[in-house]
Design a protein around this ligand. Structure first.
Ligand SMILES: Nc1ncnc2c1ncn2[C@@H]1O[C@H](COP(=O)(O)OP(=O)(O)OP(=O)(O)O)[C@@H](O)[C@H]1O
Ligand SMILES: [Mg+2]
Length: 472
């Protein structure tokens, strides 16, 4: 989900040998922490029961087990077009559970998160925003058999000639690439355009690559495992030496979403088959995605599914704060959920009975009853003090803050009095207070000092209720 930050090593021309790469990496890792960083999955056993503390989640067993069932339904593709509603008080882990679901599904199943208020834009129709997100949540796995040259690079020599246009520059006229497999080595003499591709993928000697025979596209598979001991970098993926001939047919699997296909074909350039749709993906010029184009793409996709070339992977569309949607969006959702190309939609809300936006009709969760009727509802419960203390200690570990037992207990009590979010937010300021007094672990005293400095929302509201319009 998070994109790695650029490495903080200075781009000096001759890097000092004293810089240790491992060390630099670890600091960037712990430096960026978001609200849900500690959530790594749903923490279920193989039989589906929730472990008390696992994968960064604490308690909330029933809701986690329910989410586990949903994950199984999604994986067995039995839940397309259905919907789940996570309902519960603020700070009871609805968003955290949705992220847990996405972690359990893994990277191959599309997960598209959005917030209800995202649909309001002055440029794009509300339903258009919803439609786009629906299609971002439906994946298509395309299997193709392609003619490729594959192997470990043993030679990479660009051959230069005088620039034919005169001047002093030299140009690459062709490139010699030696590819090795278990069967032998072959040297290819390739076009300079492929040399660009090789540079883009930063291919060096010792990498395993393949070059598509008809398009010339270069793909770096990984580093040959003969080199696996040379560095200790986690980022590198080691792959075995390819088997068979260098020139062969290879099954290539690609994962795209329907929205990728829409966007890349908004201005159609090629034919109407999946392959030219895919080829259009990298091209930047786009026009508006029309309903007509979507129907056309659906038709082609359905044909390829029937032929067995492509496989549909319904993913998850997560709509947080669903009470922010209005009546027009809800009627659209009713219809969209019934389409044959529909993802699983997970909604979340913390509202009880309130107005449906855009009407003066009261409804549970601010969602029309006919849509609620299509949903499975999962309730999240408030946490006990012990659970809050455990969540707090997980957060403290993620933020690498040392907190003493008594400090954690004090934070848990604050959480019970106010909210989980508020007490999680107390962690960093309490650590700063501890730092100013020269300690490196947070004590109970630090926590109560911080608690006096800040107001939680309930305390602030109580104070405001007493004032008559002005703050005094
Ligand atoms: N069971 C849990 N285990 C560990 N951490 C949790 C758990 N539940 C919530 N948290 C953490 O507590 C914080 C608040 O939870 P979250 O944002 O998921 O609440 P929410 O139900 O979405 O609230 P809201 O209704 O206000 O959106 C987050 O940092 C979340 O990661
Ligand atoms: Mg939330």
């Amino acid at each position: 989900m998070s994109t790695p930050l650029p490495s903080p090593i200075h781009p000096s021309p001759s890097p000092s040998p004293l810089v240790q790469i491992e060390e630099v990496q670890s600091t960037t890792k712990t430096a960026r922490i978001a609200v849900h960083t500690h959530v790594k999955g749903l923490g279920l056993e193989s039989n589906g029961t929730a472990l008390p503390i696992a994968a960064g989640l604490v308690g909330q067993e029933k809701a986690r087990e329910a989410c586990g069932v949903v994950v199984d339904l999604i994986k067995s593709k039995k839940m397309a077009g259905r919907a789940l509603l996570l309902a519960g008080a603020p700070g009871t882990g609805k968003t955290a559970l949705a992220l847990g679901i996405s972690q359990e599904l893994g990277g191959k199943v599309p997960f598209c998160p959005m917030v209800g208020s995202e649909v309001y834009s002055s440029e794009v129709k509300k339903t258009e925003v919803l439609m786009e997100n629906f299609r971002r949540a439906i994946g298509l796995r395309i299997k193709e058999s392609k003619e490729v040259y594959e192997g470990e690079v043993v030679e990479l020599t660009p051959e230069e000639t005088e620039n034919p246009l005169g001047g002093y520059g030299r140009t690459v006229s062709h490139v010699l690439v030696g590819l090795k497999t278990t069967k032998g080595t072959k040297t290819l003499r390739l076009d300079p355009s492929i040399y660009d591709g090789l540079q883009k993928e930063s291919v060096t000697v010792g990498d395993v690559i393949y070059i598509e025979a008809n398009s010339g596209a270069v793909k770096r598979v990984g580093r040959s495992d003969a080199f696996s001991t040379e560095f200790d970098l986690e980022a590198e993926e080691y792959v075995p030496l390819p088997k068979g001939d260098v020139h062969k047919k290879k099954e290539i699997v690609q994962d795209v979403t329907l929205h990728d296909l829409d966007a890349s074909n908004a201005k159609p350039q090629g034919g109407q088959d999946v392959m030219s749709m895919m080829a259009a993906m990298g091209k930047p010029k786009k026009t508006e995605i029309t309903e007509k184009l979507r129907t056309e793409i659906n038709r082609v996709v359905n044909r390829y599914i029937d032929q067995g070339v492509a496989e549909l992977v319904p993913g998850v569309l997560f709509i947080d704060e669903v009470h922010m949607l209005d009546i027009e969006c809800f009627t659209f959702l009713n219809r969209a959920l019934e389409s044959s190309l529909s993802p699983i939609v997970v909604f979340a809300t913390n509202r009880g009975v309130c107005n449906i936006r855009g009407t003066d009709v009261l409804a549970p969760h601010g969602v029309p009853v006919d849509l609620l009727d299509r949903m499975l509802i999962v309730r999240t419960m408030p946490y006990s003090i012990e659970e809050m203390v455990q969540i707090m200690s997980i957060r403290a570990a993620v933020e690498s803050i040392e907190v003493e037992e008594s400090g954690l207990k004090a934070l848990g009590e604050i959480g019970a009095r106010t909210s989980l979010r508020y007490s999680v937010q107390m962690l960093t300021p309490a650590n700063i207070i501890a730092g100013t007094t020269g300690r490196n672990s947070v004590t109970e005293a630090d926590v109560s000092e911080i608690d006096e400095l800040f107001f939680d929302c309930k305390a602030s509201a109580r104070l405001l209720a007493k004032s008559d319009g002005y703050l005094k």
